[in-house]
Design a protein around this ligand. Structure first.
Ligand code: PEP
Ligand code: MG
Length: 296
């Protein structure tokens, strides 16, 4: 079965009723897609930069090279690059805070980037420069307040002014947010982002009060909990109403048992790990959105 799914991997994913679902991939670097022809996906929906730039937090040239490599691989398809989501389950020695009692509820993601503007600026400059090569989208992790998005926009604007003054090739990337904090999901209309990507791993853990890495509570951290699905549907409705893309880049997007519920909640774009691309597309092909919802 897996082999047949592999063979169909390069075909677009259409549900039984003919709804086209965009399927992108999650990467931590170019090595993750070395064996994948870019035609097999609709671009990169999430680049986790925590490992990619761990050794080059202050090295703009190295970061630019890493982002440029992804854009060249994607050959014109969108490449979504997430700014550092350090902290929580992704510590970076010397950058993240040590000794937090609750790292998942602590200084992580955009909170940490905004505390270190000198490091954040390096990443934003490298991203704006790479945007000259292809359609690069910047995605902010763990956004909780609209102010965080606006602060980042101001930093990005300043970076663009500097690059222009230096005569350095650059372009304005689309600026979007991850929706993975329940309060942000419920208040999504307050966030003037170019796109939204639901981080179902964190959204589920925060909404169900069950740690994503907690074996004893794994059954609670269920993306199919009606409360989690209601938040996902709320975000998808906002996207449909405003014409802004809503994708889902958590692991649930590649879980065949979750696909139908996510599509019924209004998700039309998922981003999955490259190893799950074939299975995710096949799961999508098994969904009939015109049929009554048996689960409901
Ligand atoms: C998520 O939270 O669902 C997500 C995609 O981001 P990460 O797993 O890197 O926290
Ligand atoms: Mg997350």
């Amino acid at each position: 079965l897996r082999d047949q799914a592999e063979a169909r991997k390069s075909q677009p994913a259409l549900t039984k009723d003919g709804t086209r679902i965009a399927v992108m991939v999650n990467v931590a670097g170019l090595a993750d897609v070395a064996a994948l022809p870019p035609e097999a996906c609709d671009g990169i929906g999430l680049t986790r930069t925590e490992f990619l730039v761990e050794q080059s937090l202050r090295d703009e040239t190295a970061q630019f090279g890493a982002y440029a490599g992804l854009l060249r691989w994607a050959a014109g398809r969108p490449v979504t690059i997430r700014t550092l989501d350090a902290g929580g389950d992704k510590p970076i020695a010397g950058y993240t805070l040590a000794g937090e009692a609750n790292p998942f509820l602590g200084l992580r993601g955009i909170r940490l980037s905004l505390r270190h503007p000198e490091i954040f600026r390096v990443q934003l400059r490298a991203l704006a420069r790479a945007a000259a090569i292809g359609p690069l989208k910047i995605m902010l992790p763990m956004v909780t307040t609209a102010h965080e998005l606006e602060q980042t926009r101001a930093l990005l604007d300043a970076v663009l002014v500097d690059l222009a003054a230096e005569g350095m090739p650059h372009a304005m990337p689309a600026l979007g947010i991850m929706v993975e904090v329940p309060a942000a999901a419920m208040a999504v209309a307050r966030f003037d982002a170019a796109f939204y990507s639901i981080g179902s791993n964190d959204l589920t853990q925060y909404a169900t009060a069950a740690a994503r890495d907690g074996l004893e509570v794994a059954s609670y951290a269920d993306v199919l909990h009606p409360g989690v699905l209601a938040m996902i549907a709320h975000v998808a409705r906002h996207g449909a109403k405003t014409g802004r893309e809503v994708s889902l880049c958590g692991d649930a997007g590649g879980e065949p048992r979750a696909i139908a519920a996510l599509l019924r909640a209004g998700i039309r774009t998922v981003s999955v790990s490259p190893g799950l691309l074939a299975l995710a597309k096949d799961a999508i092909r098994g969904v009939d959105l015109s049929a009554p919802d048996e689960a409901a």
